[in-house]
Design a binder for this molecule. Structure first.
Ligand code: UDP
Ligand code: MG
Length: 137
């Protein structure tokens, strides 16, 4: 059994896509083991995306991620890291496969509705950034 961190980004929340995204997880038999709505500060967004600190899109990305509330979730299931990435689709929505969350809803390479951990190591770090073990059920 594996865990991953999922985020419905500020564009997904403000456009009323929370239910739509969660429905896709539950339909695939992915269990939601923790969930909360938060609004990150710029500094918190910078901490979360620290691996991208040197990228040209870092400042804009962290402005966006701190621009409004987000929904953070711990997803649980077999091979859930990869299965969540498959449901999300490619980072660039123009390259995302039809039927993926990003192909269906993203409007921009930055405003692409969802985040998902990309490896077991990062899933562990990212889950711990938002949740204590006591909040995961
Ligand atoms: N991003 C961006 N421009 C780019 C690449 C990424 O604005 O050229 C944003 C986008 O919101 C993406 C996030 O930065 O989801 C993190 O990038 P990463 O390469 O980790 O993509 P992801 O893992 O989210 O698919
Ligand atoms: Mg990533």
């Amino acid at each position: 059994m594996e865990r991953t961190l999922s985020i419905i980004k500020p564009d997904g929340v403000s456009r009323g896509l929370i239910g739509e995204v969660i429905k896709r997880f539950e339909k695939e038999g992915i269990r939601i083991a923790a969930m909360k709505m938060i609004h990150m500060t710029k500094k918190e967004a910078e901490g979360f995306y620290a691996v991208h600190r040197e990228k040209p899109f870092f400042d804009s990305l962290t402005d966006f991620m701190s621009s409004g509330p987000i929904v953070v979730m711990v997803l649980e299931g077999e091979d859930v890291i990869q299965r969540n990435r498959d449901l999300m689709g490619a980072t660039n929505y123009k390259e995302a496969k039809p039927g993926t969350i990003r192909a269906d809803f993203a409007t921009d390479i930055e405003k692409n509705v969802v985040h998902g951990s990309d490896s077991p190591e990062n899933a562990k770090i990212e889950i711990a950034y938002f949740f204590s073990e006591l909040e995961i059920h």
